[in-house]
Ligand binder design. Structure first.
Ligand SMILES: *Cc1c(COP(=O)(O)O)cnc(C)c1O
Length: 324
C-alpha cells in the first residue's frame, strides 16, 4: 500500500487544486437575495455548492485527492466509508479518473444514496452499523485489495480541494467582511480559512455547527480537540464527533469564532431557501445561513459570504421539513 504523507496544506496546494478542478468541477454561482439582506441587515453573498457536481462541495476534495494518485494507486483504486456526500464524490471522481472504487456503507443507508453511488460505478459493500466496525472493515478491504483509503476531511489534498469553493467566492466577491462556513470534521472550514488568509486577510471566518454537536466550538475554546458522542441533529453531514488532526490547528489559528444553530433554525433556513431563493438545500447545507440569521455575530452593515455546502436530501424528508 502506498502511504500518503500528511503534510499540512498551504495556499499553493489550493492553487494547484483549483487548476486540477478547472473544467471538471462546476464554478458554482454566487446568488443574492433582497429578503436575505433585509432580514439580516447585511449584504449576503451565497456560494451555491448545492449546485456542485454530485450536489455538494465534497466533489472538490475527492477529485483533487484521486487526481494525485500514483499510477499504481490508480490501478488498485480507492476505498471510502461514508453514507453521505463523500461516497458520491469519491464514486464520481473515480469514474472520471477511470479507477475502481469501493464504498463501505451501513446496510440501512438510504436506498437513494446507495443507488446514486452505484450509478456512479462504485461497488457498495454494506455492514451492520450496530454490530460491525466500519473502520476495521475498510482497513481490511483496503489491505486485501491494495486500495487507498481516502478520508472525508482529515487529509491535506481533501482540505485543499474543499478550499477552492471559498477561493472562487473571494475572487467573485471582493471586500467580504465575514465568511460563514458549516463545520463537520472541518475540511471545508480549514480549506476556506487557508483561502481567506491568503486572498482576503480582512475577512473574518465564522464556523457554524449544529447546537447538539458543538464539539468544534468546544475544541476552539479549549485549545485542543474535544470529542463528543454522535450528536442527534437533522444536519446529518455534521454528525461528526471531533475535528481532525489536520483541520483543527488551521481552524484554531485562523477562525474568528465558532457558533451554532438549532435544528429549528435549520428548518426555517431550508424554507427560506425554497420559498425565496428557489433552491433545494440539505439541512447541513443551511447551517451557515442559519448562523447568520440567528444573530450569533453582529453582521449589520457588513458584506457577508455564506457557503451553502450541499443539496442532497431525500424528497419525502425534505417535504416534511417544508410542511412543518
Ligand atoms: C461533509 C459535509 C459537511 C461538513 O464538511 P466538513 O469538511 O466535514 O466540515 C457540510 N455540509 C455538507 C453538505 C457535507 O456533505
Amino acid at each position: 500500500m502506498t502511504m500518503t504523507r500528511l503534510a499540512v496544506p498551504t495556499f499553493d496546494d489550493l492553487n494547484a487544486a483549483a487548476r486540477r478542478l478547472e473544467g471538471i468541477a462546476h464554478r458554482t454561482p454566487v446568488l443574492r437575495s433582497t429578503s436575505a439582506d433585509e432580514s439580516t441587515g447585511a449584504q449576503v453573498f451565497f456560494k451555491c455548492e448545492n449546485l456542485q457536481r454530485t450536489g455538494a462541495f465534497k466533489f472538490r476534495g475527492a477529485y483533487n485527492t484521486l487526481a494525485q494518485f500514483t499510477p499504481e494507486q490508480r490501478e488498485r483504486g480507492v476505498l471510502a466509508f461514508s453514507a453521505g456526500n463523500h461516497a458520491q464524490a469519491i464514486a464520481l471522481s473515480a469514474r472520471l479518473l477511470d479507477m475502481p472504487a469501493v464504498i463501505v456503507m451501513p446496510e440501512d443507508a438510504p436506498a437513494t444514496k446507495m443507488a446514486a453511488t452505484r450509478e456512479y460505478g462504485a461497488q457498495v459493500v454494506t455492514y451492520n452499523r450496530y454490530t460491525e466496525d466500519r473502520e476495521a472493515i475498510s482497513r481490511r478491504l483496503a489491505q486485501e485489495r491494495g486500495m487507498t483509503l481516502v478520508p472525508p476531511f482529515d487529509h491535506p489534498h481533501v482540505i485543499a480541494g474543499q478550499g477552492t469553493a471559498a477561493m472562487e467566492l473571494l475572487e467573485d466577491v471582493p471586500g467580504l467582511d465575514y465568511l460563514f462556513v458549516c463545520v463537520g470534521g472541518g475540511g471545508l472550514l480549514a480549506g476556506s480559512t487557508l483561502a481567506a488568509q491568503a486572498m482576503a486577510p480582512g475577512c473574518r471566518l465564522v464556523g457554524v455547527e449544529p447546537e447538539a454537536g458543538n464539539d468544534g466550538q468546544q475544541s476552539f475554546k479549549a485549545g485542543h480537540i474535544v470529542q463528543i458522542p454522535t450528536p442527534h441533529t437533522i444536519a446529518d453531514g455534521a454528525q461528526t464527533q471531533a475535528l481532525g488532526q489536520l483541520t483543527f490547528p488551521i481552524i484554531a489559528e485562523g477562525v474568528e469564532d465558532m457558533v451554532t444553530a438549532t435544528d429549528e433554525q435549520l428548518v426555517q433556513a431550508l424554507r427560506f431557501f425554497a420559498e425565496r431563493m428557489k433552491i433545494v438545500v440539505e439541512p447541513t447545507g443551511a447551517l451557515a445561513f442559519a448562523g447568520v440569521r440567528n444573530g450569533s455575530v453582529d453582521v449589520r452593515g457588513k458584506r457577508v459570504g455564506v457557503l451553502i455546502s450541499g443539496g442532497n436530501v431525500d424528497l419525502p424528508r425534505y417535504a416534511r421539513f417544508l410542511a412543518e
